[in-house]
Design a protein around this ligand. Structure first.
Ligand SMILES: *Cc1c(COP(=O)(O)O)cnc(C)c1O
Length: 377
């Protein structure tokens, strides 16, 4: 058996290689590397795929978050609620803009922001909440939108890990994760569910004014060339990356299904193991499995399992080993007396298994066999 990888982009490339090559050649020949036609084409196609009015592309997923907070025109000292169990980018841009990230514990089942905990931390400076749809599992967006409306908060969905997750509301209507709040953001980092061959990101909104603000801010704060209305940034998606993304977008449904199939295989094989909790499947959304993340009962030691798998040629990863509120750069934003028991405990229990669009059955069987061996020994 060839190498098992956490993410296998080489295998994913093979069947689309000629389309990717043609797309890249097209950009080279047109030589319009910045804001070329493929950028607008991809934005339009992505908007149609998501069922949203505006997709504004930018340089990466971290910039997408920064642009979102800049467009919402928050004032220094304003507070933004974020989960403490997330990738650092979520809180980083908030702190950079002079806003205050208010870190909140998460739910044990979805790994997503805990609204009961958030409600204790609301103040009159709280202006926004950032649900991060971790590992591909959407937050409970109906509850989030209700909470936001009660407390007059903007909602910025960090959808870097959940592009394609479909949320179902109690009235039966369905919408894609990232298209429900005021703004949704995503990343096209190569290993994300829709990844390019470098850095890339995008922002989603149905609000015409926000879309126009976002475009202006991402382009040096100008609507008309050399006329700068606000202090902006330079954050663009390369034409080459847009051309690559437009090819891969056509396969995104298939990619989501492949991940779900691999996850179903893991679920069936691992659910009977006493020391493992398989990922939660919510009734309010589909899961697109950016990661397949199990929880290991502490009495079996997650770290020993990780080592055992590594010895047998199986990679696994810990996303994330340290919550934000324990990070040196971010603990200044939180009251020492506050506790985050679920996130703290999850950091010691979570383990992400190999998950990508081209996992083979033999590989899944091999991985599962070794996990079972570990628990039986
Ligand atoms: C990847 C990621 C980001 C940042 O995206 P970049 O493109 O790497 O800047 C932000 N939030 C989450 C949850 C992510 O997983």
């Amino acid at each position: 058996m060839s190498d098992i990888k956490m993410v296998d982009l080489g295998r994913q490339l093979k069947p689309i290689k000629s389309d990717i090559n043609a797309a890249i050649q097209g950009v080279l020949e047109a030589s319009n590397f910045i804001q070329g036609k493929p950028v607008r084409v991809f934005e339009k196609n992505m908007a149609a795929w998501l069922g949203i009015k505006h997709v504004v592309s930018c340089a990466n997923g971290t910039d997408a978050l920064q642009l979102a907070f800049m467009a919402l025109d928050l004032q220094p000292g304003d507070e933004v609620i974020v989960p403490t169990f997330t990738y650092v980018a979520t809180a980083e841009v908030i702190a950079l803009l002079g806003l205050k990230p208010i870190m909140v514990d998460v739910y044990e089942d979805t790994f997503n922001i805990n609204l009961e905990e958030a409600s204790y931390l609301i103040s009159d400076r709280t202006k926004a909440i950032v649900p991060v749809h971790l590992y591909g599992q959407s937050s409970d967006m109906e509850a989030i939108m209700k909470f936001a409306s009660t407390h007059s908060l903007y909602v910025v969905e960090d959808t870097a890990q959940a592009i394609g997750a479909e949320v179902t509301f109690s009235d039966g209507s369905q919408r894609m994760a990232g298209t429900i709040g005021n703004i949704g953001t995503t990343s096209f980092f190569p290993s994300k569910n829709l990844g390019c061959y470098g850095d890339g990101g995008a922002i989603f909104t149905n609000d015409d004014n926000l879309a126009s603000q976002l475009k202006m801010i991402a382009n040096h704060g100008q609507r008309v060339k050399y006329s700068h209305d606000v202090v902006g940034v330079n954050s663009r998606l390369d034409t080459l990356q847009a051309a690559v993304l437009d090819v891969k977008l056509k396969h995104l449904n298939t990619y989501c299904e492949s991940r779900q199939k691999a996850a179903n295989f893991y679920d069936v094989a691992l659910s009977s193991i006493d020391g493992i909790t398989i990922p939660f499947r919510s009734s309010f959304s589909t899961h697109v499995f950016h990661q397949y993340t199990i929880k290991v009962d502490p009495k079996y030691s997650r770290d020993n399992l990780k080592q055992y798998l590594a010895k047998n040629g199986i990679p696994s990863m810990i996303y994330y080993p340290i919550p934000l509120h324990e990070q040196k750069a971010y603990n200044v934003f939180t009251d020492e007396a506050l506790e985050f028991p679920i996130a703290t405990s999850l950091c010691n229990r979570v383990l992400s298994l190999p998950m990508h669009t081209h996992l083979q059955k033999e590989e899944l069987k091999f991985i599962v066999k070794h996990i079972k061996n570990f628990f039986n020994s």
